[in-house]
Design a protein around this ligand. Structure first.
Ligand SMILES: C[S@@+](CC[C@H](N)C(=O)[O-])C[C@H]1O[C@@H](n2cnc3c(N)ncnc32)[C@H](O)[C@@H]1O
Length: 278
């Protein structure tokens, strides 16, 4: 695992990069950090939903995670609710460049998938304005609590907090113009399921932006060829690509129409012909 624990505030942690040990294995927790085990996430789910952790009603017809093929590469462990220091990110104009590539404008509805403690949410909210909506989605209840506190403190009335599942962001149907997946793609336990369920939440022609590092998934990155393969298998079409700093890229893809999204069986057949290897 390649993240280093960095204390940002008393309440939050950040995940920055270092070289991984040579014997690093999939999902293995790193020393000195507290990965979030999936059992803890699911047992926390019922109580968090009961407390009203989510602000939305998801689309009907969710499929179980087991319906989808597993990715043929490591899945990084979830270790922190933010990528790294927010000032450094602002100095590098990260959010500005992503929002420009996506074309974020007043009135748009944007989902931040894996929002963590809200670096993007608080920057998207004023940009889409009172006629727009920002869905801040995550799967870790503690991170959503941090997000909700931040949103409440800043009085961001156009933000909805969404409690998703690793294979289904639980967003309402045809509710979003674009989704951002920032420094999180490599942590998605079931990427094909997540993309499958995300497609009907997007309007026709809706787009997703994936920001990640060009490094192996176990090192908290996603090599570009792997990303293109997995998204291509789900029917997404690449429409933009920008390199940011230090091997970081942001890629823009257009979602397929719902009627053309592959079924899990079609996906399995496609991946057996053209596997997406690390
Ligand atoms: C390194 S943090 C990045 C947070 C934020 N996007 C940022 O750029 O600072 C990764 C986040 O993705 C979330 N995450 C991991 N797998 C996810 C999934 N399948 N669906 C939604 N969120 C997920 C984690 O809980 C964590 O909050």
């Amino acid at each position: 695992m390649a993240c280093v624990l960095v204390v940002v505030t008393s309440a939050t942690m950040a995940c920055a990069q270092s070289s991984p040990p040579p014997n690093q294995r999939e999902g293995k927790p790193a020393l000195g950090r507290a990965p979030v085990p999936s059992a803890a996430r699911s047992s926390a789910r019922a109580s968090a939903v009961a407390r009203g952790a989510a602000d939305t009603v998801p689309a009907p017809g969710s499929m179980p995670a087991t319906a989808f093929p597993r990715p043929a590469r490591a899945v990084a462990t979830i270790v922190a609710p933010r990528w790294t220091n927010e000032d450094d990110r602002d100095d590098a104009h990260e959010a500005e460049r992503v929002m420009a590539l996506v074309g974020v404008k007043p009135g748009m509805r944007i989902a931040d998938i894996g929002a963590g403690d809200g670096y993007y949410v608080v920057r998207l909210s004023p940009r889409v304005g009172p006629s727009g909506v920002v869905y801040g989605e995550d799967i870790v209840p503690q991170y959503l609590e941090l997000l909700r506190e931040r949103v409440t403190k800043q009085g961001l009335s156009n933000v909805r907090v969404v409690f998703g599942r690793p294979h289904d962001p639980q967003l309402p149907p045809a509710s979003i113009d674009a989704a951002l997946l920032i420094h999180m793609y490599h942590e998605i336990e079931q990427p094909f399921g997540l993309l499958y369920h995300l497609i009907p939440s997007l309007v026709p022609g809706g787009r997703i932006a994936v920001l990640d590092l060009d490094r192996p998934t176990w090192g908290h990155g996603t090599p570009p060829a792997l990303l293109r393969c997995e998204l291509g298998a789900m029917g997404f079409r690449e429409v933009g690509w920008e390199w940011l700093r230090d091997g970081e890229y942001v890629a823009l893809f257009e979602a397929p129409p719902v009627a053309r999204r592959p079924t899990p069986e079609e996906l399995r057949a496609r991946l057996s012909r053209t596997p997406c290897l690390p």
